[in-house]
Design a protein around this ligand. Structure first.
Ligand SMILES: C[S@@+](CC[C@H](N)C(=O)[O-])C[C@H]1O[C@@H](n2cnc3c(N)ncnc32)[C@H](O)[C@@H]1O
Length: 209
């Protein structure tokens, strides 16, 4: 049993059912097809995407998290579009040029990011969000800086993609805690002329991590 199994089974980790706010704002403009959710947790983004018609591979090391994800997908009749994979992400073998959308929410996958980008098809989109180092006091996320992004670190890591939206900010969660986060939506395309579909305006969604 992993620490995350314990956190999910005990309810210690907030089991948010809402998908990530920036992902939700962009989803109508994203390519349809196959999606990968890296470190799916209890499946808020994986189930959201399966519910929208994506065929989703949901990866996580926690069996408890995957079981909750499976049950949530079944409640929405989306279980048939969800493949649950228990895996250790540092050594996971990502397929190449397979996915139209990859999401990574509150898992620091920096060492695997080049393989994850390789797993995108041409035109595929990467969504990443994670905690950020901050000089302002924040109560949410890892206690030390080691597992947080430095300023602009996430942005620099996707400069080989077309960045559609990037944001670093302090936000107030629904439970009143503050979080410092970095988020990006970026497309695997290159060249001086790109398309930039309209998306909704930023809000303060109930993201957690
Ligand atoms: C903060 S939670 C985020 C869950 C989800 N993405 C969300 O935003 O709600 C981090 C997740 O990473 C998973 N995780 C941590 N280390 C892992 C590893 N080495 N291999 C696979 N999963 C891992 C945990 O099991 C947990 O589900």
């Amino acid at each position: 049993m992993t620490d995350w199994d314990e956190r999910f089974r005990s309810g210690q980790y907030p089991q948010d059912t809402e998908p990530s706010e920036m992902l939700r704002r962009h989803v109508d403009a994203l390519p349809e097809g196959r999606a990968l959710d890296v470190a799916a947790g209890t499946g808020r983004n994986a189930v959201f995407l399966a519910d929208r018609g994506y065929r989703v591979d949901a990866l996580d090391g926690s069996r408890a998290g995957l079981e909750i994800t499976r049950d949530r997908a079944a409640e929405r009749d989306a279980g048939g579009r969800l493949e649950l994979v228990q895996t250790d992400l540092p050594s996971h073998a990502f397929p190449t040029e397979t996915y139209d959308l990859v999401t990574i929410s509150f898992y620091r996958a920096v060492d695997r990011l080049s393989d994850i980008k390789e797993s995108l098809r041409d035109g595929g989109v990467l969504y990443v969000e994670h905690h950020l180092r901050s000089s302002d006091p924040v109560e949410s996320g890892p206690s030390g800086d080691r597992y947080r992004f430095a300023a602009n670190e996430l942005l620099r890591s996707v400069l080989d993609l077309t960045v559609l939206e990037y944001a670093e900010r302090i936000e107030t969660r629904s439970d009143g805690r503050h979080a410092a986060t970095a988020r990006v939506v970026a497309r695997k395309t290159s060249g001086p002329r790109q398309s930039y579909p309209a998306v909704g305006k930023p809000g303060t969604g109930p993201d957690d991590g």
